[in-house]
Ligand binder design. Structure first.
Ligand code: SF4
Ligand code: ZN
Ligand code: ZN
Length: 315
């Protein structure tokens, strides 16, 4: 909290010091500046067309609930734009119930249609049951991420959406670029972007409208709106390397304000420079479920035991 006046309006008391710009902002100017940044990101990356139907992936966490609120607000200027919130119930006992309820309540308040889809209805079992029976050696998050991606695609298509919006913030973007580099996954590094589009237009475009908003500002926006977020943590949370990167970048940003944004911009430039050395991913339809994949069978189908040999026998 600041006792100084807001650097923008010079009228109200400042409530947040944005170190990386050297300004202090009152609540109103802070929220307006976040919304303006999101609008600019959407415009710069041409994320939406005026008549898009946007499926907003809402987990019930702070980022996704805040994104839903911002997009719902921005969409009031575009009468032909439609928004539907999509929530995936992974089937994690004691964790997901609260988030689904929170998401439903906010959708009701905002007057946004809410579609809930569960792992159980798609894959025949929730994540808890799957992990009890699985034979694989991947982490829970690796399975969950792949299953959820497909679930969001299915839900978005079911509601007739033309785009999918996910709530990756600036910190998430930077962590993902760094993780891909640290894991030596140069192809994934190059393909990760604020806009993921199938050049042949067969699969829904995924966009990240909060990609330039630091995590703490997303949380502060939600907090200043009085939003309530999920309190329980996922019992499977294991992403050790990502968590280490998060705390390293947090420390760096405190010591050197602006470093998050400048390194994110550098990642985008490096990605552009490296593009010509990495062939574009030739996305095909999975032979089992029709979802996008770079091989015959998508990862989600492979994880539940579908193989191309088995398909050939059953077809
Ligand atoms: Fe899924 Fe991992 Fe997130 Fe839990 S922490 S919801 S297992 S991705
Ligand atoms: Zn102000
Ligand atoms: Zn598949």
């Amino acid at each position: 909290m600041e006792s100084a006046l807001c650097s923008h309006c010079q009228r109200n008391q400042a409530f947040y010091r944005r170190q990386y710009e050297g300004v202090s902002l009152c609540k109103g100017c802070f929220k307006a500046s976040v919304e303006k940044k999101v609008r600019r990101t959407i415009g710069n990356w041409k994320m939406f067309a005026p008549d898009d139907h946007i499926a907003v992936a809402v987990s019930g966490g702070k980022d996704s609930v805040t994104m839903l609120m911002i997009l719902a607000r921005l969409s009031t200027r575009f009468p032909r734009t439609k928004i539907t919130a999509v929530t995936v119930d992974e089937g994690i006992a004691g964790y997901r119930e609260e988030a689904v309820e929170l998401a439903s309540n906010y959708c009701r308040e905002l007057g946004v249609r809410h579609e809930v889809i569960s792992f159980k209805e798609i894959y025949g079992h929730g994540l808890d049951d799957f992990l009890r029976e699985k034979r694989g050696r991947l982490t829970a998050c690796a399975y969950c991420g792949v299953f959820r991606r497909k679930a969001i695609n299915l839900a978005a298509r079911k509601v007739g959406a033309t785009k999918i919006a996910t709530a990756h913030n600036l910190d998430d973007m930077l962590q993902t670029y760094m993780l891909n580099l640290l894991e030596g996954a140069v192809d994934r590094f190059v393909r990760f972007s604020p806009v993921l589009q199938d050049p042949r237009g067969r699969f829904l475009t995924r966009v990240k409208p909060l990609c330039e908003i630091p995590e703490r500002e997303v949380a502060l926006y939600g907090f200043s709106e009085g939003l309530r977020f999920q309190s329980a943590s996922c019992p499977y949370m294991t992403e050790a390397l990502r968590n280490e990167l998060r705390s390293i970048f947090n420390r760096l940003e405190i010591a050197h304000p602006g470093v998050l944004f400048s390194s994110y911009k550098a990642m985008l430039k490096l990605r552009d420079l490296a593009k010509s050395g990495v062939p574009p991913s030739a996305l095909e339809s999975c032979q089992s479920c029709g979802e996008p994949t770079s091989s015959k069978i998508c990862e989600a189908c492979r994880m539940v035991g579908v193989t191309s040999e088995r398909l050939e026998v059953t077809v």
